[in-house]
Design a protein around this ligand. Sequence first.
Ligand SMILES: [Zn+2]
Length: 323
Amino acid sequence: MNPMITEHKTDVASNRTIGSLKGQQEGPLVVLLTGMHGNEYIGVQAVEEVLGILKETDGLARGEVLAIRANLTALKHKVRYIDEDMNRIWFPSIIKKIRSTPEESLSSTERVEVKGLLRILDQVEIQHDSSATIMVDIHTFSAEGSMFTLPDQDPGQIDLLSEIYAPMVLGIGRSLHGTALKYYQKRGLFSFGLEGGQHENSMTKQNIIASVMLLLRAVGCIDSGEYRPDMMEDFQKHLKSQTHHLPVRTELVYQHLIEEGDQFKMRPGYKNFQPVKEGQWLASDRNGRIVAQCDGYVLMPLYQRQGREGFFIIKEQDDMQSS
Ligand SMILES: [Zn+2]
């Protein structure tokens, strides 16, 4: 038993764990991490439904699914964060400090949340072979437009994610510093981001449910072919219908970072994967107009108050290789 699991084990585990399921046979552990941002509670609801479906249909043949809520306080208040962005503090030095500081002396709500989350994720790392663990970091975003995934450069991961039928955006994981995803990728855990859709769009929950179910099938937790073929086909159709017109693989070429006091304001009407031309007026701040630095597609234009990335510009990957 890890000495770090102490007196808080029971209440933390009961609040933070959405649920876990185990199949009859050996197989991978799939960790579904939700609510790193508290306004992204649709991800929590989607994962609750996935567990419900699997329980009801006795669907998990192999391995294990563990679903977790990350930022409990922000989820309660339905805000991105309380004191600081929980998904920008996963630097080894900060994590070390969080581990060694008693909860009551930590400097922010989010650091307390990270400490609580680590109690669970440390156990995952201790008890499971990292090569048989898959972590999905589930988010939603403020703009309209399609869902997508954020894989790392691992070819195995790109192959696996092609089973989800969502556009893959490479390079954003690397460009964002202090994310849990990057932290665990560096520790050798097979992990990727799932951006399920607009925060409160009615499609978003279904996107996440469908993606997670297809992922579970792709990694063998669900029997392919035998398990509810009609339902799985519907999930596949649902995702394909929304993403078939979009580039399969794109790569980050530009990101606009917002600094304190910038008064950043995205111009209305931009959505994910909307084509933009170099020089196009995308946003304004106290310094004036912000225009696109290059041709491409706009991604995650920011239409909420909290957040430091104003927008990203991505390009189709084949374009980049041939030019
Ligand atoms: Zn998020």
